[in-house]
Design a binder for this molecule. Structure first.
Ligand code: ATP
Length: 761
């Protein structure tokens, strides 16, 4: 740790170090300024270039795109450009000082003056421990603000004489604690300067396979997962830029909370979605009741949806109550015999194609048969090869279309599910056939908004229904041919411009050609991926993953056929009815033998005195789960306050405001008391209330479920007994109690539940 000087006449070692580091840091900022100016100029030049013809325009656009991206990257690194240094011993006399920062920089001689935090050369900065110093003799954290070095914090790796406990000690403790004491702004910040060794392991884990990051509250799972996204995009840019990265979070408020982290790390090309938004065109935020959610999340629903699709493929007997198909046409009543219809129906099903694709076979075959019936009726024989023309003509007649629609309708997922939910008879029939006896409970009015739990069912349906895409496919074939030509051309552009030289910046011909195709160069991978249900992402990160139901996992897995995932969560915090309490049960079926679980064990958020209260609840909620160890021993002792009634709440909030000054307060309560508490605090924010962006509100009212993943300087938990009484209530209370970074107050009227006895003393 930093050594102090007692001789007042000489500058302290820290001051000397500051002078040395300031000189280095100033050089880096000068270089940054030069690069910014150069990039700006190149961008202007590229725009000014007068070009005509496809080739020249593509080349100009390519250059502009890369310069604009570089400009954004250089613009995002001003604060904390350099935050660390490691000294490496290459021999008794030879040490190298390596500086670590947000991006890599080289001087005009091409010498590295700053190493990107994601590069392998930066790894020892995060991973070295006294037990395994990875070749470094010293690690130094630099505190830099407004380009000025304010202080340094050294760790000398002298493994001799350290106890086992010391060896395991956290790295960069002073820098870490300084960072943890910051007031909360309502937006998560990056932790690039203080990533801890156990988190670094998660961040730099290989791309392939399913990495599960299990850890208690505040262990940095979310923040590590986001840094992992930045690391992967840096290390595997070629693959991931083309296929994109999807981050799935529990609710829109949470996605806004974490929304700044990746841009602050220079990455913007990531799609962020809740489960309710995974199907383009649907944005569900409401949840079903626990009972319905449990049913809709069950894997049996896949059978229910499959049966529901089959139920819409009908014989004339089922559709019209008649054995044969009879249609009134301009020519008279046409008839196709029932056994022939049954045969066609069976053949259409046996094609094993999506419903809407197989429909074409059924419609064309029956139209041909109707054409034949017409020719018989009119006594005008038609050659076999002309029957399709007769069929096409009949298709123009409304009764024909209606009849065939009744047998095998063209369906969207929405039409299928809406029809099913609003038809108790169909629900009972389909439920009985699929072995889902409770299906009848899913009945609801046709105009009801989609819930988050509906989205995996809609997605399941979309998969089974497919689209009638014959026109699209013809266009696709034409485009594929054009594309090959474009890729050949793009390769030429890359060779010519030399843009592939730097692997971190590198582009490949396929990506480049894709960028310039029909949608134009401005549509990023994220834009294209987010709008396409069938997009296969290069990597998917799922946060608060314990909440996903088996049906939601099916939806996520469809988007990542390579099974390259980071799954982040805590099975002790599961609140949703169909959520998981075992990672292996949830994930092994999708990636046998490819699921690897890493544990994070240190809590960076909740001070130890607060964590002790939460730990009592965890022992009840999930006795097998490990209790994370708090890094922060400090903090106000948590307190319980008895209120005569809830009207005392506003005064309590005012008291908390006085105690924390700036910073954010959350009032967290049960689902049942939410409305009452919110009414008592009219100035407080509510997620999704539309009054603005709630991360900016200094006081917010939340249910325990809504508070998941978030954190606040002060948390007031109201009516803990009601939270406990909810479904998975102990988990919910555990979540609520672990949101505070500084102060925790538990407000009750009727006495504390026994589980919180620790607060009574
Ligand atoms: N290495 C670190 N340096 C500085 N701050 C950190 C570090 N690791 C975590 N933190 C901070 O700790 C807090 C908790 O992190 P995060 O929200 O990622 O935890 P979590 O495990 O996802 O928690 P929960 O399960 O409760 O949602 C955040 O403010 C985060 O910035």
């Amino acid at each position: 740790m930093d050594s102090r000087q007692s001789d007042s006449s000489a500058p302290s070692p820290e001051k000397t170090a500051i002078v040395v580091e300031q000189a280095r840091v100033s050089v880096m900022y000068e270089r940054l300024d030069t690069l910014r100016a150069q990039t700006e100029q190149r961008l202007i030049d590229a725009h000014l270039q007068e070009r005509s013809g496809y080739a020249a325009i593509v080349e100009r656009e390519t250059r502009s795109y890369e310069h604009a991206r570089r400009r954004a990257q250089l613009g995002s690194v001003e604060e904390g450009l350099c935050f660390g240094r490691i000294d490496l011993a290459h021999g008794p006399e030879e040490t190298e000082a390596r500086y670590v920062g947000r991006i890599g920089l080289r001087d005009t001689e091409h010498e590295t003056i700053l190493v990107d935090w994601r590069a392998p050369a930066a790894r020892p900065f995060y991973a070295a421990t006294p037990g395994d110093p990875e070749g470094i003799t010293r690690r130094r954290h630099l505190r830099v603000r407004d380009r000025q070095v304010l202080g340094v914090d050294d760790e000398v790796f002298d493994t001799e004489g350290l106890s086992e406990g010391d060896r395991r000690q956290l790295v960069g403790e002073a820098a870490l604690l300084a960072s943890l004491h910051r007031g909360r702004t309502g937006r998560m910040a990056d932790i690039v300067a203080t990533i801890q060794a156990e988190q670094d392991r998660v961040i730099r884990a290989q791309l392939a396979g399913v990495l599960v990051v299990q850890g208690g509250p505040g262990t940095g799972k979310t923040v590590a997962a986001l840094h992992r996204a930045a690391y992967l995009l840096y290390t595997h840019r070629r693959v991931l830029e083309r296929r994109g990265v999807l981050v799935v979070g529990p609710n829109p408020a949470f996605l806004r909370y974490i929304g700044d982290v990746l841009p602050s790390l220079g990455e913007t090309d990531v799609v962020m979605r809740t489960v309710g938004e995974l199907l383009p065109g649907v944005a569900a935020t409401e949840h079903d009741t626990h009972r319905t959610a449990l049913l809709k999340g069950s894997p049996r629903m896949a059978d229910l949806v499959r049966t529901a699709v089959r139920d819409r493929q009908r014989s004339p007997l089922r559709a019209f109550g008649e054995d044969d198909l009879r249609v009134e046409t301009d020519a008279g009543t046409l008839l196709v015999p029932g056994d022939l219809c049954a045969h066609v129906l069976e053949n259409a099903r046996n094609l094993r194609l999506p419903h809407n694709t197989a429909r074409k076979y059924l419609v064309n075959t029956l139209l041909t048969e109707l054409g034949r019936a017409e020719s018989v009726l009119l006594g005008r024989p038609v050659a076999e090869e002309d029957l399709p023309h007769a069929g096409a003509r009949l298709w123009q007649e409304e009764p024909v279309r209606q009849a065939l629609d009744a047998l095998w309708p063209d369906l969207t997922p929405q039409r299928l599910l809406r029809g099913l939910y609003s038809d108790p008879e169909a629900l009972a029939r389909v439920g009985a056939e699929a072995g889902v006896a409770e299906a009848g409970s899913l009945v609801r009015p046709a105009g009801h908004a989609w819930t988050v739990e509906d989205v995996p069912l809609l997605d399941e349906a979309a998969e089974l229904l497919g689209r009638d895409d014959s026109v699209l496919r013809a266009r696709q074939r034409r485009m594929d041919a054009e594309r090959e030509e474009e890729v050949r051309y793009a390769q030429g552009v890359l060779d010519f411009t030399g843009l592939t030289e730097d692997p971190a910046e590198g582009l490949d011909a396929v990506t480049l050609a894709a960028r310039h195709r029909d949608s134009g160069p401005n549509l990023s991978t994220a834009d294209r991926a987010g709008a396409d249900r069938t997009w296969s992402y290069g990597h998917v990160i799922v946060d608060e993953a314990q909440e996903l139901s088996p049906m939601a996992w099916r939806t996520v897995m469809r988007r990542v056929p390579t099974r390259s995932l980071t799954v982040v969560g805590d099975v002790a915090q599961t609140g949703s009815a169909a959520g998981t309490d075992s990672w292996l049960t949830a994930l092994e079926p999708y990636a046998p033998a490819k699921v690897h679980v890493e544990h994070l064990r240190v809590n960076y958020r909740t001070p130890a005195p607060i964590m002790a209260v939460a730990a009592d609840v965890l022992r009840e909620a999930a006795p097998d789960q490990e209790i994370p160890e708090s890094v922060r021993e400090d903090g106000q002792p948590p307190r319980a306050v008895r209120l005569a009634d809830l009207r005392g709440l506003p005064a309590l909030v005012v008291e908390e405001r006085g105690a924390i000054g700036e910073g954010r307060i959350a009032v967290v309560t049960s689902d049942a008391s939410l409305a009452e508490v919110a009414a008592l605090l009219p100035g407080a924010g509510r997620p999704g209330a539309g009054s603005g962006d709630e991360p900016g509100d200094s006081v917010v009212v939340l249910t325990a479920t809504e508070s998941k993943g978030l954190e606040f300087d002060s948390v007031v938990v109201v009516r803990p007994e009601q939270i406990l009484a909810q479904y998975r209530g102990a988990n919910d209370l555990y979540v609520a109690l672990t949101r505070a970074t500084r102060r925790l107050t538990v407000a009750h009227e009727a006495g504390l539940p026994g589980i919180l006895d620790r607060l009574a003393g």
